[in-house]
Every structure is written in C-alpha cells, then in structure tokens.
Design a protein around this ligand. Sequence first.
Ligand code: 4NP
Length: 165
Amino acid sequence: MAAPDCMYWAERGRLAGSCMPRSVEELRGIRKAGIRRVVVLPEGHEIADRWGDGPSYFEALSTFDLEFLHEPVPDMEAPTVGQLVEILRWIGEAPSLVHCIGGIGRTGTVIASWLIVERGMPAHEALDTVRSLRPGSVQSYSQMRFLLDVEENADKIRKLVGSPS
Ligand code: 4NP
C-alpha cells in the first residue's frame, strides 16, 4: 500500500513528483498519501510498455479516484510553454502528483517550473531544490534551457495560468 519509493513532495500536501507508478498497490499508496490529481508526462508508447496499453493505466487511476491530465512530453525534452500553462492551470489548488518514467528529467522540469511560477523562485534555486529532493533531476540541455525561459517569462506565464482558457 506504499506510494512509489521515488515519490517526493516539493511542498507537502500540495505538489509531489515521482517515477511511473508500477502497480495498483502504488496507486493506492498515492491516493492514501492524499493525492487527488495526477499529471502524466510519458508518451503513450512508454505507458503501454509498462501497463499493457494506455487506457488500462488511465482506468486504474480512475479506479482510485485519481483525476488525470495526460500531457505527453518526449524523453529528454521539456514541455512547451503551452503545456506548462495547461498543467499549472489544471493542478490548481488540488494536491497533485507529476510523474514521467524515471521521475528525473521531465518531472524535475515541471516541478521546478511550478516553483518558479507559483512560488517565485529563481530558476537556479528551483533547480537546486528539485535536485536536493531527487538527485539528477533535470537531465538535458533543453530542460535546463526551458527553466531559464520560464524564469524570464514568469509574469506572463502567471497571467496565462490565471486567465480562463
Ligand atoms: P524521465 O527520463 O522519465 O524524464 O525522468 C528517464 C529517466 C530514467 C529512466 C527513463 C527515463 N530510466 O529508465 O532509468
């Protein structure tokens, strides 16, 4: 009934990151930890490799009353700014989990972006924070570059997140 070992809270009770859950037991653990919404970053084929097919994973999330948003981001890449806006808007105030496959690259990038946009952290501090929570977080040049773009455009992104879609 335990949440995945790779799960960490960026802010307790508010936003967590993790690798891809491997079993329904881990989903139960995630729900028990208080998570209500799950942002799913892996691409469909990556989910299918681990859960047999995409819909079976999404059905399992629903079984545990976990709402999900699928925003596929290719391995080693960053989300688009549009995807980030969608993600931050959808998370809202709900206790949420962001996950990819390893829980390092894509997840670290989205969690650090949340810290920059929603908590006003400079990019370098957000990077240090996610790396202290999950060593190795943010894996590629494009992910690093994305955090600097988010920092530079934080006010604009905040406005987009706060305005109706
Ligand atoms: P991520 O990238 O899913 O963006 O964190 C990966 C990191 C590690 C592994 C796969 C993807 N891995 O298999 O260890």
